[in-house]
Design a protein around this ligand. Structure first.
Ligand SMILES: Cc1cc2nc3c(=O)[nH]c(=O)nc-3n(C[C@H](O)[C@H](O)[C@H](O)COP(=O)(O)OP(=O)(O)OC[C@H]3O[C@@H](n4cnc5c(N)ncnc54)[C@H](O)[C@@H]3O)c2cc1C
Ligand code: FES
Length: 316
């Protein structure tokens, strides 16, 4: 791996924080700027790839700002970098900006909330493989939830105006436990747009979207996979020319993979695994995969061989 001095490829780079804003209840949006070799390397970042961020240099928030349920976890040392995808990566002249949407769940992400404009963070990347667009697809479905939102937002942009640009029609299905857990740019008191099923982040590209919440506090009352299934039952879909992209908790991915298999629709899943090295060395992120043409299975590394896999390959 290079060390920030390569003109392309992955490496360790220093990024400067442009902004760090709260989105919804537990999410934050962190905008980073890279210069020099980092700008070149990250300008090639594909939707679905990820970067490993070092949050050790950031401080914990004051004790009274730490949610009670994270008070114990906050004190844990963070030795390892943490993996994150991006919602958007754009080149501006000789700089590249990368936008990270993170959910505050433990010591590293708690520390990240205290990053201020002009703070510096070290990131390793781009890592892993991204989503791809199989030939002949005319319709794409995004089914995602929680931390899985970021790479799907990036994919939306790329399919509408980036490298994967094509004449494809997309319908997005976003899931959360409650309306407060939705990671979109909407204030809690401005939720009517959610109830009308238009997520601004997708509407800006002309992408139709649906929201599902487990408690029914916004959009469809139930699991996002049920919302998707209902939609498939109500609409005519040509399986051959369709593709599903999914990212989020593993039970959701397993259900999406089954829906896809039952209907003969191509499906790509971005797997969530705890990671350490992020580069295929430590074997801590193994995903059980089928060996093509046999009933045997093998282990692939989520960080190196994924995180995006063909859904038929993964043993859920
Ligand atoms: C390829 C990839 C891309 C990711 N992209 C994003 C992103 O865009 N936005 C975002 O908010 N998060 C993302 N994550 C998850 C993120 O890496 C973790 O939430 C982060 O490491 C938590 O660090 P922490 O120290 O705050 O909490 P920790 O103490 O490390 O974790 C807190 C809780 O979250 C669970 N957890 C942590 N990591 C994972 C994981 N990978 N899968 C399932 N459960 C996990 C732990 O089991 C624990 O219960 C991504 C993970 C991977 C593997
Ligand atoms: S995180 Fe070390 S092998 Fe994947």
């Amino acid at each position: 791996m290079g060390h920030g001095n390569q003109s392309s490829g992955k490496g360790v780079f220093e990024a400067v924080v442009l902004s760090n804003r709260r989105i919804g209840l537990t999410f934050y949006k962190l905008r980073l700027e890279l210069s020099g070799a980092g700008a070149v390397a990250f300008s090639r970042f594909r939707p679905g790839q990820f970067a490993q961020l070092d949050a050790t240099t950031a401080e914990l928030p004051p004790a009274d700002e730490i949610p009670e349920e994270l008070a114990d976890a906050a004190q844990r040392q963070i030795l390892l970098r943490r993996p994150f995808s991006f919602t958007d990566v754009s080149k501006h002249g000789d700089k590249t900006t990368a936008e990270l949407l993170y959910c505050v769940v433990g010591p590293a992400t708690l520390r990240m909330t205290t990053l201020r404009p002009r703070s510096r963070v070290s990131i390793v990347g781009p890592l892993g493989s991204g989503f791809w667009l199989p030939e002949g697809k005319k319709k794409a479905f995004f089914v995602f939830g929680g931390m899985g939102t970021a790479p799907i937002q990036h994919l939306a942009k790329d399919m509408m105006e980036g490298e994967l640009r094509s004449e494809i029609e997309i319908v997005a299905f976003a899931g959360a436990k409650t309306r407060w857990g939705l990671p979109f740019e909407k204030r809690a008191d401005e939720m009517s747009e959610y109830l009308g099923f238009a997520i601004r982040e997708f509407a800006r590209y002309g992408i139709e979207s649906r929201i599902a919440t487990d408690d029914g506090s916004a959009g469809y009352h139930g699991l996002v996979t049920d919302c998707f299934l209902d939609w498939l039952k109500e609409n005519k879909v040509d399986a051959k020319s369709s593709v599903i992209y999914s990212c989020g908790p593993e039970p959701m991915l397993a259900t999406v993979a089954k829906i896809a298999k039952d209907r003969g629709i191509d499906c790509q899943v971005s797997m969530e695994r705890r990671m350490a090295c992020g580069t295929g060395l430590c074997q801590s992120c193994a995903v059980e995969c089928r060996v093509q043409g046999s009933d045997q299975t093998t282990y692939k590394m989520c960080c190196r061989d994924g995180p995006v896999f063909d859904a038929t390959e993964v043993v859920f």
